[in-house]
Design a protein around this ligand. Structure first.
Ligand code: M6R
Length: 597
């Protein structure tokens, strides 16, 4: 996720901007840059660390400027793709956080009108649009330009010869920091906290005009009153946006990152979308498609098998990347898809190389642009989770699922009506997750209960079997409670021997063809005196009769139950670990990226 900052006031802007960029470093980034308004606009930017850029930039005279830390999404991390971006005349400089869904179309139109582009980014269309609409009124030009833009953004615009910064947001956060004869603007609070703790939060659709003298906020073309908030957090608290841990922050970011991820896939007509990669064409015949991954990404692959087989009817083989390397026969389907958040997992990279050598067309689903996985693959689809700092994967898993859904659903050519329904459901998922995240009392109560045990089973069937595996993995890695994820039908083939009053079972129910069998499994478990926590859809009145505790999740199309259920289990693991006083963001013996085999 990119970070943006802006300053206008009586002091020199350069050191203030660099200090703000240092304060945003915790978010992770690959390149950075600043622009200062002097007589014109001077831009310095490059791939690499803020500290390196700071050392190379000479003193720039100017009391207004903008800055950026970039987490690449469109175009590799290099000097040209780093922000700020300018128009042809170099009069307008823009920093952007977000994704412009229709940038290809806008870029084509602007090129036809004579604009020259130099970067591969989606963001560069914004300064060109402002240049196109500018008639002596910066605020008006920005407002008009943004009407052309589909997607999400937080932007700050700096213009030569103008005393105001103009900032706007839709979908991505933006705050204004209030000073005395100076004002600040940034994507998040830590960037301004060294200078002020007086902050105004912009709302979606707001446009702010920030000058030395004061600020104005425009909504739907009218100036609105704003409310100042006093931030009492330390810089460290602010980096976690007030959440106690990065993991909790990242769990709560899921509705937004899902929206960000969908922007690239869904059309604005509400009922359709465009697949960036057509699996049916790539596959070509009925040889199985192979999914390769480790850990949490492997669980996403297992969910992917259900989705792709159900929607497309293509046979899918899922392999642990850490095991497939020992098989004599490498993956031999027409297409192999590697799923890896970091893009650097050693086992996954090795499996990818073997699949490629065996002649597979190789697709990578990864969160990190220019990662090793993205360089090995023939095609790459990027998840838009932004940097994930907690060692336990949460939001990266959710968007891996969203990519797999999109790959399958948007390749679905058969039934337009079903397609429209599924696209609608995908669009509604973020809102349903917001509902789940806004009422956590039931989950906290169950977590308080689980925290007293040393062994827990998670059971599910069908698409929720991999979610049982993921729920167990989350619990063990951050709470250090022994947990096993099981296909519910497998318990009686051995693990029943372990069940008793000291082994709670978390049972995941979905109202699909697995429902009755799951209810029977719950009864069998209860008969062995094991306490049962059931995860069930809102309105499910049956389950309360059999389970000791019930966590209710919003009802969704059954194909998507994996997403809501996993978010509930992430929270269950989080609050259990918190109850036990564990170091949640940095669990013992684990690393964020596993670069050894
Ligand atoms: O970066 P990757 O997705 O390739 O990582 C794979 C696993 O190492 C990772 O998912 C690991 O299991 C996480 N710690 C789970 O929370």
């Amino acid at each position: 996720m990119c970070g943006i900052v802006g300053y206008v006031g009586y002091r020199q802007a350069q050191p203030i901007l660099f200090n703000s960029l240092f304060r945003l470093e915790y978010r992770g980034y690959d390149s950075c840059g600043i622009a200062i308004a002097d007589n014109g606009i001077t831009v310095y930017k490059d791939a690499g660390k803020v500290g390196n850029l700071e050392k190379r930039v000479p003193h720039l005279e100017g009391t207004a400027g903008i800055g950026h830390t970039r987490w690449a999404t469109h175009g590799e991390p290099n000097q040209i793709n780093a922000h700020p971006h300018c128009d042809c005349s170099g009069r307008f400089a823009v920093v952007h956080n977000g994704i412009i869904g229709n940038y290809r179309l806008l870029k084509k139109q602007l090129i036809a009108e004579g604009h020259r582009f130099i970067s591969e980014t989606d963001s560069e269309v914004i300064p060109h649009l402002i240049e196109k609409y500018y008639r002596g009124d910066l605020e008006g030009a920005v407002a008009t330009a943004l009407k052309d833009v589909e997607g999400c953004y937080a932007i700050i615009v700096l213009a030569a010869g103008e005393s105001d910064l103009v900032a706007a947001r839709k979908g991505n956060p933006l705050i204004i920091g209030i000073g005395d004869r100076e004002n600040f603007v940034a994507s998040d609070v830590p960037a301004v906290l060294d200078d002020t703790n007086r902050v105004v939060y912009l709302e979606d659709g707001d446009l702010g005009v920030i000058s030395t003298a004061g600020i104005r906020i425009m909504r739907d073309g009218r100036e609105v009153a704003w409310e100042e908030k006093k931030i009492l957090w330390s810089v460290e608290d602010a980096q976690r946006a007030g959440y106690e841990h990065f993991m909790l922050k990242e769990i709560h970011e899921q509705p937004r990152v899902i929206r960000d991820t969908l922007i690239g896939w869904l059309s604005s007509d509400e009922s359709s979308g465009e697949s960036l990669v057509d699996l049916t064409k790539m596959q070509g015949d009925i040889r199985p498609l192979t999914l390769l991954a480790c850990g949490t990404s492997y669980h996403a692959a297992l969910v992917g098998r259900y989705i792709i087989e159900k929607v497309l009817g293509i046979p899918v083989r899922v392999e642990l990347a850490s095991e497939v390397n020992y098989y004599d026969r490498p993956p031999d389907g027409a297409v192999a898809i590697a799923i890896t958040q970091s893009g650097e997992t050693a086992d996954t990279l090795r499996a990818m190389k073997r699949a490629k050598a065996a002649g597979c067309l190789l697709l990578a689903i990864t969160n990190v642009m220019d990662s090793s996985a993205s360089r090995i693959a023939d095609e790459v689809v990027y998840t838009r989770a932004g940097p994930e700092i907690g060692v336990a994967a949460t939001k990266s898993f959710a968007v891996q699922l969203i990519i797999l859904y999109s790959l399958a659903i948007l390749s679905y050519k058969v039934d337009a009506r079903r397609l429209a329904d599924l696209v609608m459901e995908l669009r509604q998922l973020p809102e349903k997750l917001e509902r789940l995240l806004s009422d956590k009392d039931g989950i906290k109560e169950c977590a308080g209960y689980l925290a007293g045990y040393e062994s827990v089973f998670f059971i599910g069937r069908g698409i929720n079997y991999p979610i049982a595996l993921e729920g167990a993995l989350k619990l063990k890695e951050i709470s250090y409670i022994h947990a096993e994820g099981y296909a519910a039908g497998e318990l009686k083939h051995g693990s029943f021997a372990l069940l008793g009053e000291n082994t709670p079972v978390v049972a995941i129910l979905a109202r699909d063809n697995t429902y009755q069998a799951m209810l029977s499994n719950i009864k069998e478990v209860k008969a062995r005196k094991a306490p049962v926590i059931a995860l069930a859809e809102e309105g499910d009145d049956n389950v309360g009769e059999f389970a000791d505790m019930v966590i209710s999740v919003p009802a969704v199309d059954l194909l998507f139950s994996a997403v809501v259920n996993v978010v509930a289990l992430q929270l269950l693991a989080y609050y259990t670990a918190r109850e036990r006083g564990c170091p949640i963001d940095t669990p013992r013996n684990l690393a964020k990226s596993v670069t050894v085999e």
